[in-house]
Write a protein that binds this ligand. Structure first.
Ligand SMILES: [Mn+2]
Length: 318
C-alpha cells in the first residue's frame, strides 16, 4: 500500500485555500460517516477557522444523535461553497447528490471502501483502514492537530461501527492502538457501545424474534430463515431493522452458510448471505442472482415472493 501522505498534503493545501467547505456523509448514515463528518467539522472550524456545513441526505437514526450532539446536519447542499469533502462514500451516488458532484465542484474523497470509484479531485482512499474515521485519525496525527474528547468519541464510534466492535477481519494491531489512544483522549466508549450495539426498539426485538424462530438448518449445513411482508407488518418494525439479525443466525456451529430471505415493500426478495467457512464464497453465489459483496458477507435482490415448501418422509424403525 503506497503512502497516503502526499494526498494528505494536497488536501490540506486545498483546505487552506477554501473558506466555505461542505462535508457530505452517505445516505442511510452510519456511525462512521457521521463520526467522520462531525470530527472533521469541529477540527476545521476550531483549528482552521473555516465555515463548515455538514450535510447528510437522510435523517439520522436516534442511535447516532450522541455523535451529532448540538451540531447541525443539513439534508441538502447549500448554494455556494468552495469545496466538498465526501466522507465514507464509495461512489458519488452514495451522497445522493451525484449531479452536484459532477459539476465543477472540487471534491476531496476520503474513504476506505475497496469499491471506491476515486471520483474526487483528491482521493484519500485507504482500503486497509478499518474506517473513514481511522483515516481522519491519521490525518490529524500527521499534522499534530489537537482535539478534545468529543472528536475522540466521533473517531472511535466510526472504528467501533465498522469493525463490529473489533470482531470483523478489518481489525488489526493498529486498530487497537488507535482505539486505546482515542480512549486516553477521552472518547466515551460507554455511550458508543450502548448506542451502536445495545439499543433496539421493541419492534425490532419482535422482528428479530420472528426471524430467529423461522430459522431452519438443512442436512447440507445451510441455515435459512425468512421474513414475509405480512410477518414484518405484524411486528411494526421497518425493513431496515433487520440489519444485524443475520449475525445471530450465522452462529450455529453445524452451519456452513447462512441465508436470510426477506420480502421488501416493492415486490422483491432481499437475500443476505454469510459464512464463516473458509471453503464457502458467498459473493460468487450471490453473483448468480445478480448481487455481490464480500467472500464472507454478500447479498442479492430478485423479484418474487417467498413460498413455503414442506416435505415428509418415512423413517424406518431400527
Ligand atoms: Mn466506513
Amino acid at each position: 500500500m503506497k503512502s497516503i501522505i502526499p494526498e494528505f498534503e494536497k488536501a490540506l493545501k486545498k483546505i487552506r485555500k477554501c473558506n466555505n467547505i461542505v462535508l457530505v456523509s452517505h445516505r442511510h448514515p452510519d456511525a462512521d460517516t457521521i463520526g467522520a463528518n462531525i470530527a472533521m467539522k469541529i477540527v476545521l472550524e476550531k483549528v482552521f477557522n473555516k465555515k463548515i456545513i455538514s450535510v447528510c441526505a437522510d435523517p439520522l437514526p436516534s442511535t447516532l444523535l450522541f455523535i451529532k450532539g448540538n451540531y447541525k446536519i443539513e439534508s441538502v447542499l447549500p448554494k455556494n461553497y468552495d469545496c466538498i469533502i465526501a466522507l465514507d462514500c464509495s461512489n458519488k451516488e452514495q451522497t445522493k447528490f451525484p449531479d452536484e458532484i459532477n459539476k465543477k465542484n472540487f471534491i476531496i474523497n476520503i474513504d476506505h471502501h475497496a469499491t471506491n470509484t476515486k471520483y474526487g479531485d483528491i482521493n484519500i482512499v485507504k482500503t486497509d483502514a478499518s474506517s473513514a474515521t481511522e483515516i481522519l485519525y491519521n490525518f490529524f496525527k500527521h499534522y499534530n492537530i489537537n482535539y478534545k474528547s468529543h472528536v475522540a468519541t466521533c473517531l472511535l464510534a466510526g472504528i467501533y461501527n465498522d469493525t463490529g466492535s473489533f470482531m470483523h477481519s478489518n481489525t488489526q494491531e493498529q486498530t487497537y492502538k488507535i482505539a486505546g489512544e482515542l480512549q486516553s483522549k477521552g472518547a466515551n466508549t460507554k455511550i458508543i457501545a450502548k448506542n451502536l450495539f445495545k439499543t433496539h426498539s421493541i419492534e425490532q426485538l419482535r422482528l428479530w424474534g420472528k426471524v430467529l424462530l423461522n430459522a431452519r438448518l438443512n442436512e447440507k449445513g445451510t441455515l435459512v430463515s425468512k421474513i414475509s411482508t405480512e410477518e414484518l407488518n405484524k411486528t411494526n418494525a421497518s425493513p431496515r431493522e433487520l440489519a444485524g439479525v443475520i449475525n445471530y443466525l450465522n452462529c450455529v456451529p453445524e452451519s456452513k452458510m447462512t441465508i436470510l430471505l426477506s420480502e421488501d415493500l416493492n415486490g422483491n426478495i432481499q437475500g443476505s448471505m454469510r459464512s464463516g467457512n473458509e471453503d464457502v464464497d458467498v459473493s460468487s453465489l450471490c453473483e448468480q442472482f445478480g448481487g455481490g459483496g464480500h467472500k464472507k458477507a454478500a447479498g442479492f435482490t430478485i423479484p418474487g415472493k417467498i413460498v413455503s415448501q414442506e416435505f415428509w418422509k418415512i423413517e424406518k424403525p431400527n
